[in-house]
Design a protein around this ligand. Sequence first.
Ligand code: NAP
Length: 332
Amino acid sequence: MNSIIKLKSRPVGLPKVSDFEFVTEEKPVVGEGEILLKTKYVSVDPYLRGRMRDVKSYIKPFQLNEPIESGIVAEVISSKNTNFKEGDFVNGMLDWKEFQISSGNGLNKVDVNKASLSAYLGIFGLTGLTAYISLDKIADLKVGETLLVSGASGAVGSTVGQIGKIKGCHVVGIAGSDEKLALMKDKFGFDNGINYKTTDDIQKAISNACPNGVDVYYDNVGGEVLDAAMNNINKNGRVINCGAISMYNETELPIGPRYEGILVRKTVLMQGFLVRDHVKEFGPAVQQLAQWVQEGRLTYEETIVEGFENIPQAFIDLFSGKNKGKMVVKVY
Ligand code: NAP
């Protein structure tokens, strides 16, 4: 039999496990030109929350009573497609199903001898690519500059901070626990960290940790942390809007301060980024990330949750910061 996870109801506020439905069906049978896939690792990502809303966006919303999809690494267990053979591993956007049929379109083969399968969903997957390509396109990092990053112990943020160190920057990370600050300093080489959950005055904490001001702010969280960073931004600063997880579960968008004055006075560049707009750059970006990992200049952390049935909870746990580094679910 085959287990499938569908969207049962559109979450209001923080998603609940009861917003998802577990369905059991017959295991599918492979047809001509198709492959049968067994799910190995599932990526859970904050942006999936946006797809659970019935609104027009850069990517189509999930439909009720249909499977959720996300980045998945799967094994080909049966093939009637000449491009794939049994035992191949592939990576792509696939459904939350234990087993599924695919035409192979949109899937990339991954080499288990070059990296662990889960790494293809993190450092060598969309989160690593997001960090590398967004910095490359927008940040214009210079030696000696200060890079401030929020969501700093997560998948994107931890990679951003380390690339900042490779580029010779003073790197300060903002995260939600002292354990995460220790990880940022000890494992990822950040210069300093701020626990936004225990800091009374985040704006002052940023100015203390960044004595020369902030040249580049990499924003993964939005909201009050972004406001505090904007009040510390330097002349000709750059702000990369990668995500705004602090607002993903809001039922009404809070009204924040206006930035026009800061942008003009400080001639700041503030730019949004979507990794899916940069597919053509994935090849060289992965090569650079792999080289840094091989040279020991870039590393990564993963939080691996076991069991297909735990996918929804692992996704929900992103919003309370249960993960360090990339959150993935190991299915088989
Ligand atoms: P992640 O950082 O590995 O995990 C999410 C983290 O967000 C949690 O561990 C938690 O850490 C923090 N968080 C949760 N709620 C928060 C809140 N209310 N305020 C502040 N921090 C909060 O996730 P990721 O995959 O690397 O994604 C990070 C951001 O990048 C997200 O906003 C995501 O949507 C965005 N993203 C964008 C693109 C793109 O193409 N634009 C691609 C990938 C990801 P703490 O313990 O520190 O709170």
